[in-house]
Ligand binder design. Structure first.
Ligand SMILES: [Zn+2]
Ligand SMILES: [Zn+2]
Length: 304
């Protein structure tokens, strides 16, 4: 477990998100004092920062993998590319549709949440950690908090009619790309990005608020990239996509959480891609069809 945690979970992606948050907070975020009297311009500034950050990091992955096609379909989960002529997407184009929801709704709501947290810290209205060591430890604890937070809000999003109103929009992306990661309905963004509000009760810090949001905005891009591994040079590869979540996009009612905590195992919705797990999923579907509970299934998914 320790080896998996260090070599697979933290290295390289989770550590990269911490590094990215440190750079974002120290070099590209206005000083805390500014937020004591919160105005629309402060939120707009954070929104602009989020837009630039996402365009560089998510757009960079999209350009490398899906436009330049630098590694072709090597390590790609599906051989087909992203949809460019499908009516279910805004502008009939999956990438443009995904960019719209990510940059406008995702980046905007994240900016608003971060500004609210900054205001509360600037006015010393919520408990705040001051020791660097405590902030460092809490930064790692965020990964576990997020595992539970994501699992709970994701399960809620699969309950009808919330699924139809909100989460179905994310699930139009069966074949995913980097911009699909947080291409969500605004209602889903309201829930998904609410992690920093946990620190209204638990002592945190302004950096941790920024880290939560950078992590939530950026980390789904490699996991939805469509590629299991990223090629570096001729033979080296880096861990890329999240096969576990890719199976959620394929089969809908499995793998609601992340691998850090075995919540899906505990609640009987685990699918590791094996034939055995697939048979268990089909049995669950049969039972739920017999009891008339088919509301959560996406159209056309039963054939998978
Ligand atoms: Zn889902
Ligand atoms: Zn997803």
């Amino acid at each position: 477990m320790v080896r998996w945690l260090l070599a697979k979970y933290l290295w390289p992606q989770s550590l990269a998100w911490i590094g990215l948050a440190v750079i974002t907070y120290h070099f590209f975020t206005p000083s805390l004092a500014r937020f004591a009297s919160l105005g629309a311009d402060d939120v707009a500034l954070l929104w602009l920062r989020n837009t630039i950050l996402m365009t560089v990091v998510i757009g960079g992955q999209h350009w490398w993998l899906h436009i330049r096609k630098a590694q072709g379909t090597e390590f790609k989960y599906e051989t087909r590319w992203l949809a460019t002529d499908r009516k279910s997407f805004l502008f009939n184009n999956q990438t443009r549709d995904n960019m719209f929801y990510t940059l406008v709704s995702g980046g905007g709501i994240a900016a608003l949440y971060e500004a609210i947290m900054f205001r509360l810290y600037a006015t010393q209205s919520i408990p705040q950690l001051t020791s660097l060591w405590a902030i460092a430890v809490m930064t790692f604890v965020v990964f576990w908090f997020e595992s539970v937070h994501f699992y709970l809000n994701h399960r809620l999003l699969h309950v009808d009619p919330i699924y139809r109103w909100a989460h179905a929009l994310h699930h139009r992306n069966v074949n995913t790309g980097p911009w699909s990661g947080i291409s969500m309905h605004p209602l889903e963004h309201v829930l998904y990005l609410s992690l920093p509000f946990l620190f209204l009760l638990v002592p945190g810090s302004p950096f941790i608020a920024t880290f939560c949001l950078v992590y939530l905005l950026i980390s789904p891009s490699p996991s939805h990239s469509g590629f299991d591994r990223f090629k570096i040079g001729k033979s080296a590869t880096l861990h890329g996509g999240d096969y576990f979540h890719n199976l959620h996009h394929r089969y809908f009612e499995v793998n609601y959480g992340m691998l850090l905590l075995p919540l899906d195992k505990w609640f009987g919705t685990f699918h590791d891609g094996s034939q055995e797990a697939h048979e268990q999923m089909k049995n669950r579907r049969r039972c739920s069809t017999e009891t008339g509970n088919t509301a959560q299934l996406g159209t056309g998914q039963l054939a998978s």
